[in-house]
Write a protein that binds this ligand. Structure first.
Ligand code: PLP
Length: 484
């Protein structure tokens, strides 16, 4: 019983429609709203029982066009600036199709796909200023990449054979990072069995950067209490405001105590590809760095990267120690010949061909053009910041350091106590009316409309439209009776 089509001609015809439609959909993305809710009748239609009997592919595709395609998150749209989502690209989309067609298995093996992953990792190593001897692996995203870095840190710095003996064979381990560090850090500490408390959140300065002196005294206090510090996380672009910690300073502090220095550069480290590379100076000194090409590399989901300065340290964390399982043994010749074995660099054994979209995007777009798009986004964020500052009814809530602008509508006459609800309502209206999709954060108890520009389709006019809409909706809502 094969699952191949019995009518290949019909599949060819549907496939041509699919490719044409998706490219057209991307080409015309600006003509649609960034986001719209999924209507109830569509939700009902999608809530189907298990399809025991199959349908012709073109009927399945019609259902996709009718019920799925019109209701995405919207991050492909030029006016989507929520969270830190990337735009993707037509090239990335086509590469995904080709990779799925090949359906390569990337644990390792003597195959072209492994050579491509190895090659893109060497390009990325060079672009991030890491030594060529560094080791890396492509993973699902920032959370996985950061976890990979901390797992290597834990094995390198625990001081006992933690893989063999487990956590209970030594004192509690501690990891430091600023209070602005993304929630992955606590999740990673939980996942590693160290408990959320193992993440020691250190205060930040007025620009939301790690307070190095506070970190130093926390390390001393923890050592005196019998805990074992293992790593400091430096942020190259925090999720709230894109603040960059003093990465050189963290390297020095980590060295003083013999700690691992991990950089979370999920999006921000990509600034190294742009003319603003100095913003993230020092990240190249890290023991490990995590970043996402699906964010500011504009590649389709999912693809994150972790690079580890000392390749042995990465292997030490993941390579089987008690002898490789018989069914995974490598050989001198043949498909299992001793090549790069990516499965020894991370948690996954079965791995897909993520590297193809990286390779195709970098070859077709060129690293410099991607870097220009990143620089455009940085310039756009500063432009929006200046527009906010020049507009009396708007207030900038954090300095613009990279590609994030946090602001609120705060006209004279509206009491402080109303501003949080008012701005929350403005944000909702921006999304629901299909104007733009910023997201939110809270800074010093003030609700902020948060615009994170990791979008190669955004133009300055889009940001002007946002400012106009915030002023208009703000005035409308402030005058209304609906808010307390
Ligand atoms: C600074 C930072 N670190 C880590 C992450 C987590 O990355 P991912 O969502 O790819 O797991 C994000 C996500 O936005 C982030 O902004």
């Amino acid at each position: 019983m094969t699952l191949d089509p019995h009518d290949w001609g019909a599949v060819h015809a549907t496939a041509r429609r699919m490719v044409y439609d998706m490219l057209h959909w991307q080409e015309t993305v600006r003509e649609r709203a960034p986001w719209q809710p999924v209507p109830q009748d569509v939700k009902d239609r999608l809530d189907e029982p298990v399809p025991h009997a199959g349908l012709p592919l073109d009927e399945v595709y019609d259902a996709f066009v009718r019920d799925i395609l019109p209701y995405p998150t919207g991050n492909v749209h030029p006016r989507f600036w929520g969270w830190v989502m990337g735009t993707g690209s037509p090239t990335g989309m086509l590469a995904e199709m080709l990779a799925a067609g090949m359906n390569a298995h990337l644990a390792g093996y003597d195959q072209s796909a492994s050579l491509i992953e190895k090659k893109v990792l060497s390009w990325l190593t060079e672009l991030m200023g890491f030594p060529e001897t560094a080791s890396g692996v492509l993973v699902s995203g920032g959370t996985a990449a950061n976890l990979n870095g901390l797992l290597a840190a834990r094995v390198a710095k625990a001081g006992w054979n933690i893989r063999e003996e487990g956590l209970h064979a030594g004192p509690p381990l501690v990891v430091y990072g600023s209070s602005e560090t993304h929630s992955w850090a606590r999740k990673a500490c939980e996942t590693m069995g160290m408990g959320r408390k193992a993440f020691n959140a250190i205060a930040v300065d007025t620009e939301y950067r790690l307070d190095l002196a506070a970190c130093r005294s926390a390390i001393l206090t923890d050592i005196a209490s019998g805990l074992r510090p293992i790593a400091i996380i430096g942020n190259a672009g925090t999720v709230n405001t894109a603040a960059v910690d003093d990465l050189n300073g963290i390297r020095t502090l980590a060295d003083e105590f013999g700690l691992w220095f991990h950089v979370d550069g999920a999006f921000g480290s990509m600034a190294a590809w742009s003319a603003s590379r100095d913003l993230v100076a020092g990240q190249e000194l890290a023991d490990s760095i995590a970043f996402d090409l699906h964010k500011w590399g504009y590649m389709p989901y999912e693809v994150g990267v972790v690079l580890t300065r000392d390749s042995e340290a990465q292997l030490a964390a993941f390579q089987p120690v008690a002898g490789t399982a018989a069914y995974l043994q490598s050989s001198q010749k043949g498909i299992s010949a001793d090549t790069t074995y990516f499965a020894d660099r991370g948690l996954q054994l079965s791995r897909g061909f993520r590297a193809l979209k990286v390779w195709m995007s970098m070859k077709e777009q060129g690293a410099d053009r991607i870097g220009h798009a990143i620089q455009d986004n940085i310039d756009q964020a500063h432009y929006l910041g200046r527009r906010v500052e020049a507009t009396a009814a708007l207030e900038l809530l954090a300095p613009v350091s990279m590609n994030i602008v946090c602001f609120r509508y705060a006209p004279e006459g509206v009491p402080e106590a109303r501003l949080n609800l008012l701005n929350q309502a403005i944000l909702t209206e921006l999304q629901v009316r299909g104007i733009a999709v910023p997201s939110q954060t809270v800074l010093a108890n003030r609700f902020a409309i948060r615009v994170c520009i990791s979008n190669h389709r955004t133009e300055l006019d889009d940001l002007d439209a946002l400012v106009d809409a915030v002023l208009e909706i703000g005035a409308e809502l402030a005058a209304g009776q609906d808010l307390p």
